[in-house]
Ligand binder design. Structure first.
Ligand code: 8YV
Length: 320
């Protein structure tokens, strides 16, 4: 088999998964783009083209498998369309001196907005209210009462940029803000909880905004649902991997907690059918950063990160 040793004037970029059309067009204009997701025989493709690839573009939720990266000896940078690096073996990237860059800063507001939207929609029964009106039920019955948001206690698990943006919004709802993170942030005057279980016990809304790291895998489990107040809600805009989904389904079925609002799942885009039978869960298809404005900014950020790398200049979203 021939290997891809031909000299190309543009650097070669591997696109792992589809991204928005405008970004694809811009990538095609600047780079020679090879698309992993279009390959039918990946081993043959890697044997032929792997050594010719200079950089990888992928999505936060997709990352890149280490076995693939191992076959890309010339890769020096991974540009993530998103902020999550949980689907990238960062230790291996560091060992190889592969620069990893994210769309830093640009999606924080949208994700925090969606967290508040989910919190409000779930507790105020917005989806149920919409259905109630459309189905004509209002003509002959009264809607169920919802539960109040303003003044309640919000517990934020993961107080990074997104967690802090959620806290600022929650302030506007006169909420008491509690948080847990690896360490206390002395710059924040919110109530610190030493551990997740204390946070869960003290909160009316437990909002998951932590990274999907290995240490956080399945951390929101049955023991957490057990200490959460029966009237409390779980909101997840982080990663499905943090929640033990089977335990959550049981907790919802048995009304151990009031309900949940989820933008992310363990095995996207596959969502357990058990959720569909439940009225106390609100489901979204991983759309926290999916606004026109933010996706444009994320595209620009990916392009800037790649340009920084290839031009030997600063990489704005570089993870240090
Ligand atoms: C994106 C994300 O939805 O930033 C992340 O890590 O999960 C999201 O912003 C995703 O990367 C694009 O599909």
């Amino acid at each position: 088999m021939h290997t891809d040793t031909q000299h190309h004037t543009q650097p070669t970029v591997l696109l792992v998964a589809p991204v928005m059309d405008a970004l694809q067009t811009a990538l095609d204009a600047h780079y020679r783009v090879l698309r992993l997701y279009e390959q039918t025989d990946i081993p043959a493709f890697l044997a032929h083209s792997g050594a010719a690839i200079h950089a990888v573009v992928t999505r936060g939720d997709v990352g890149i498998r280490r076995e693939i990266l191992e076959q890309l000896p010339g890769v020096g940078a991974i540009a993530v369309f998103g902020v999550g690096t949980d689907a990238i073996d960062m230790a291996y990237a560091r060992q190889r001196n592969i620069r990893v860059a994210i769309t830093a800063g640009v999606l924080t507001d949208d994700v925090a907005d969606l967290a508040m939207g989910l919190l409000l929609a779930a507790s105020r029964r917005l989806c149920q209210g919409d259905r109630f009106v459309r189905e004509g039920s209002w003509e002959h019955s009264a809607p169920l009462l919802a539960s109040k948001v303003s003044g309640k206690r919000i517990g934020i698990f993961g107080m990074g940029h997104i967690g802090q943006a959620i806290a600022r919004r929650a302030r506007g709802f006169d909420m008491t803000i509690l948080y847990t993170d690896r360490q206390r942030n002395s710059a924040l005057d919110y109530q610190w909880c030493a551990d997740l279980h204390t946070l869960a016990h003290e909160s009316d809304f437990l909002v998951v905004a932590a990274s999907g790291s290995a240490e956080n895998k399945g951390i929101i489990d049955a023991s957490v649902f057990k200490v959460m107040p029966a009237h409390s809600w779980l909101i997840n805009i982080a990663r499905g991997s943090l929640v033990d989904e089977a335990a959550l389904i049981t907790a919802l079925q048995q009304h151990v907690i009031a309900g949940a609002a989820l933008d992310v799942f363990e095995n996207e885009p596959h969502v357990p059918a058990a959720f569909f039978a439940l009225d106390n869960v609100l489901l979204q298809p991983h759309v926290a950063s999916a606004t026109v404005e933010t996706r444009q900014a994320m595209s620009a950020s990916v392009l800037a990160n790649l340009a920084g790398y290839f031009n030997h200049q600063e990489i704005p979203g570089l993870i240090k």
